[in-house]
Design a protein around this ligand. Structure first.
Ligand SMILES: Nc1nc2c(ncn2[C@@H]2O[C@H](COP(=O)(O)OP(=O)(O)O)[C@@H](O)[C@H]2O)c(=O)[nH]1
Ligand SMILES: Nc1ncnc2c1ncn2[C@@H]1O[C@H](COP(=O)(O)OP(=O)(O)O)[C@@H](O)[C@H]1O
Length: 208
């Protein structure tokens, strides 16, 4: 439960694939039990070890398209050729219970959520360099070469939207990045202003 007397907060975390977003979010959730992760729907097939309802609600494309038609999504987007979406019901139920909610979504979804929840706090995670991003994508050993190549190619588009986010965090040293995420969460809960570096030069390097 959110321990402050404030309204619960909605956080968005985005990053290019392989930047370490899920690892950081999982570590943040252990430190901040008042935050609930919204589980997305996706048409992407599960990776080894991924479970329905814990990592994603894995659904067939036709079922996803029906869900779009039924208007169940707060946001949805095509990412790396698959459909992903956040259900309104999941998010609204958690916020109504007074819980902070975290969405791990791409830049397109973030833009849609900002329209309905202008008070949300959005965070973009950057890798320290392109070679390190590639190393991490390969090191995860969960995807085929084709999938890795698509994610690397798409990373430029994702990173080009980093300046639209409230905060930009570089995941070079994991513990430092985690500390920064926690600082952002705590400042948001206390409605305290927080100005972190915008990392414009690194963004330019990653896009070069
Ligand atoms: N718009 C949107 N994007 C999502 C959602 N869930 C996941 N994503 C994004 O889809 C992309 C791919 O996620 P995933 O297949 O788990 O691969 P990974 O990022 O390489 O671990 C990432 O950028 C996620 O943030 C969602 O519900 N909506
Ligand atoms: N700061 C870091 N330094 C080195 N490796 C990292 C760091 N953060 C994450 N990783 C590793 O990078 C890989 C991709 O991380 P993951 O969290 O799956 O990324 P994403 O969710 O952004 O696609 C994983 O093998 C993870 O253990």
């Amino acid at each position: 439960m959110n321990t402050s007397s404030q309204e619960p907060r909605l956080f968005i975390v985005a990053a290019p694939s392989g930047a370490g977003k899920s690892s950081l979010v999982n570590a943040l959730l252990l430190r901040e039990p008042g935050i609930s992760l919204s589980i997305s729907h996706t048409t992407r097939p599960p990776r080894v070890g991924e479970e329905y309802g814990r990592h994603y609600y894995f659904v067939e494309r036709q079922a996803f398209e029906q869900e779009i038609a039924d208007g169940i999504f707060l946001e949805h987007a095509v990412v790396h050729g698959n459909l992903y979406g956040t259900s309104c019901r999941t998010v609204d139920a958690l916020l109504a219970q007074g819980r902070d909610v975290l969405l791990e979504i791409d830049w397109q979804g973030a833009a849609q959520v900002r329209r309905n929840h202008p008070d949300c706090v959005s965070i973009f995670i950057l890798p320290p360099s392109r070679p390190e991003l590639e190393r991490r994508l390969r090191g995860r050993a969960s995807d085929s070469e084709e999938v890795i190549a698509k994610r690397l190619f798409n990373s430029r588009e994702e990173i080009s939207h980093a300046p639209e986010f409230d905060h930009v965090v570089v995941n070079d040293h994991f513990d430092e990045a985690l500390e920064q995420l926690q600082t952002i969460v705590q400042a948001a809960r206390g409605r305290q202003p927080l100005q972190l570096p915008r990392h414009e030069t690194l963004i330019e390097d990653l896009l070069a």
